[in-house]
Design a binder for this molecule. Structure first.
Ligand code: SF4
Length: 243
C-alpha cells in the first residue's frame, strides 16, 4: 500500500498540468523558460546552470543572456564566441563559476546543433524511455546524475512530457528532501545520497522521483530546520518525527 507521501505525489501528478511552471520570481523569465516549443534549449541550458548556486539564480541565466543578446534562436546563439559568453557571464556575475559555466553554456549550444538537429526538444520527443532522457542529459558537459534526473523529472512531472516509462527518474536529494526523509523516519539520521535515492525507489519503483516535489514543498512550508510546523503538516499522521 502506498504511504501518504507517495499518495500526495501521485495525486499531484494526476491533477491537470498547471498553466506555468514557476522557476524564478520573474513572470517574463518563467514564460520564456516554459516555452518548450520555441526555446526548448532555454530549458536545457537552465538545467545545466543549476550547480553550486541557488536554483533561482541559475534558472534565470538563460533569460539574462536573452536580455543581453536580444535573441535566443539557436542559430544566433551559435554565432556567439566562447569569449563573448565569458564576458557576459563575468560582467553580469551570472554564476559563482563564470568562466566554467560560460563554457558549459557554449558547448551545450553546439551539442544541441550537432546531436539534436538544432532542436533540443529532440532530447525528449517521440516518447523515449526515462533512461534515454537521463542519459542524454548526462552527455552534456558539466552535467551529473543530479542535474540529469532533475531535468527528466521536471519534464515528466511538471511539463507532462510523455516517456515510455519513468523508472529511471530518481529523486534529486537536496537539503529539504534530506530533512523530510530523515524526520519521517524513512532513512537514518546519517543517511547519505544513495540511501535516500534507494528508499525513494523502494517507495515508488515505477517513478521514484515523483516524491521529489512533495518532499521539497513539505520541507519549505512545514518541516523547517528549526521549529517545524508539525500540527499543520500534510504528512503529520504518518510522520515518525525523528529529530
Ligand atoms: S510532521 Fe513535522 S517532522 Fe514530520 S515532516 Fe511534517 S513538519 Fe516535518
Amino acid at each position: 500500500m502506498n504511504n501518504l507521501l507517495v499518495k500526495i505525489a501521485k495525486k499531484r501528478f494526476s491533477n491537470p498540468k498547471s498553466q506555468i511552471v514557476h522557476f524564478v520570481d520573474d513572470e517574463k523569465a518563467n514564460k520564456f523558460l516554459n516555452d518548450l516549443k520555441k526555446y526548448p534549449h532555454a530549458y536545457v541550458l537552465a538545467c545545466l546552470m543549476d550547480r553550486q548556486i541557488k536554483a533561482e539564480r541559475a534558472w534565470a541565466i538563460p533569460y539574462e543572456i536573452y536580455k543581453e543578446t536580444s535573441t535566443f534562436e539557436l542559430r544566433d546563439l551559435e554565432k556567439i564566441k566562447l569569449r563573448e559568453f565569458k564576458s557576459i557571464f563575468n560582467r553580469k556575475k551570472l554564476h559563482r563559476f563564470n568562466n566554467t559555466m560560460a563554457e558549459v553554456f557554449h558547448e551545450a549550444i553546439s551539442d544541441i546543433r550537432r546531436k539534436y538537429k538544432g532542436n533540443a526538444a529532440n532530447i525528449w520527443n517521440n516518447c523515449p524511455s526515462s533512461s534515454t532522457v537521463v542519459y542524454r542529459f548526462l552527455e552534456f558537459k558539466g552535467s551529473g546524475i543530479k542535474i540529469s534526473t532533475m531535468a527528466a523529472n521536471i519534464l515528466a512531472r511538471q511539463f507532462r512530457i510523455p516517456f515510455s516509462d519513468n523508472y529511471s527518474i530518481d529523486i534529486s536529494p537536496d537539503i529539504h528532501i534530506y530533512r523530510v526523509m530523515k524526520r519521517m523516519g524513512f532513512v537514518p539520521k546519517d543517511a547519505n545520497n544513495e540511501l535516500i535515492i534507494y528508499k525513494a525507489r523502494e517507495l515508488n519503483p515505477e517513478f521514484p522521483g515523483i516524491i521529489d516535489f512533495s518532499c521539497w514543498e513539505i520541507g519549505r512550508k512545514w518541516c523547517k530546520p528549526k521549529k517545524p510546523l508539525c500540527n499543520e503538516c500534510i504528512v503529520e499522521k504518518e510522520c515518525r518525527k525523528v529529530f
